[in-house]
Design a protein around this ligand. Structure first.
Ligand code: NAX
Length: 328
């Protein structure tokens, strides 16, 4: 059998953690022949650690054949030891009366510490996915705090937005989601993101021609995908958890096992293409193979799209400027 892969998960006792860990342990993320070790991090707080123990009891009770070991941690320096994959899910949510700036600051502290810990103890080619919000900027902070690790291994989750866009487009055209190829969601994981089907095909037909409804794109599709998170909170009284966990599984599975030539959206450090300053963590279309992602280059950006790409970029630049003074 294969040697086990070490997967560190933060915020492991939270909602997304609860929807995520059992699927990792059952082999849905890394394959049904891939043993895993789970290294779970929660805040040192007694209540959180106790809840984490409860989750581990349930993992034990599943008797997953692929789950070789599970450990509980209150310190990233032990949780990330030799980690091959790190899913950074835990973050400080916005509390009552908390300004965006305060949210950025508290999370900058968390992700600076976690980036340093990864830098110190994780596998030298650890693959990092940041889910905790503000995901792109948190990923940027973690990356900046881990100078000894490859920058391209720090990614943020845009896959939930990508999947939301797929399902909206499928509903509009009456076609199955699996028939849609080459969709992308550009930019920040926030309502400023830009879901874009200009390059997409559906059942081999050009998606734009098939939809043929610019007003729907602008007035329905973009806001529906962009505000889907808020709509889920409104309906459920809680933020998306199962769909977020599912997207995290999709992101890592494709990164590790390959996307078979299909485009997927990943938030990755910019290489300067599409006018996105180098290093900014921005959602772009990629294909993945052999544990690496490759950006889709040289797509045509029309003036409407340019505006949308810049709008979401400006938000990311503001976020970066808001935390600049906190980075060494
Ligand atoms: P929960 O509040 O249910 O769980 C978060 C858990 O993280 C808590 O148990 C908390 O104790 C823990 N935590 C907080 N700080 C930590 C730290 N420094 N180290 C370790 N653990 C820590 O939130 P949940 O619904 O699971 O959401 C988690 C994060 O995902 C939130 O930031 C949320 O905004 C974000 N999301 C991101 C999405 C994306 O597409 N990128 C979509 C879903 C979700 O909204």
């Amino acid at each position: 059998t294969k040697p086990a892969v070490r997967v560190a998960v933060t915020g492991a006792a939270g909602q997304i953690g609860y929807a995520l860990l059992f699927r990792i342990a059952s082999g849905e993320m890394l394959g049904k022949d891939q043993p895993v070790i789970l290294q779970l991090l929660e805040i040192p707080d007694e209540k959180a650690q106790k809840a984490l123990k409860g989750v581990i009891m349930e993992l034990d009770d599943c008797a997953f054949p692929l789950l070789q070991e599970v450990t509980a941690h209150g310190d990233p320096l032990t949780a990330f030891k030799d980690a091959d994959i790190a899913l950074l899910v835990g973050a400080r949510p916005r509390g009552p009366g908390m300004e965006r700036k305060d949210l950025l600051t508290v999370n900058a502290q968390i992700f600076t510490a976690q980036g340093k810990a990864l830098n110190a103890v994780a596998s030298r080619d650890v693959k990092v996915l940041v889910v905790g919000n503000p995901a792109n900027t948190n990923a940027y902070i973690a990356q900046q705090s881990a100078p000894d690790l490859p920058a391209e291994n720090f990614t943020a989750m845009l896959r939930l937005d990508h999947n939301r866009a797929l399902s909206q487009l499928a509903a509009k055209t009456g076609k199955p989601v699996a028939s849609i190829k080459k969709l992308v969601v550009w930019g920040n994981h926030s309502p400023t993101m830009y879901p874009d089907y200009r390059f997409a095909s559906i059942d081999g037909q050009d998606a734009k021609t098939l939809v043929n409804d610019e007003a729907w794109n602008r007035d329905t599709f973009l806001p529906t995908v962009g505000k889907r998170g808020a709509a889920i909170i409104e309906a459920r009284g809680l933020s998306s958890a199962a769909s977020a966990a599912n997207a995290a599984i999709d992101h890592i599975r494709d990164w590790v096992l390959g996307s078979n030539g299909e485009w997927v959206t990943m938030g990755v450090p910019s290489d300067g293409s599409y006018g996105i300053p180098e290093g900014i963590i921005y959602g772009v279309p990629v294909t993945t193979e052999n544990g690496k992602y490759t950006r889709i280059k040289d797509l045509e950006i029309d003036s409407f799209s340019r505006e949308r790409l810049d709008f979401t970029l400006n938000e990311l630049l503001e976020e970066r400027d808001g935390v600049k003074h906190l980075l060494g």
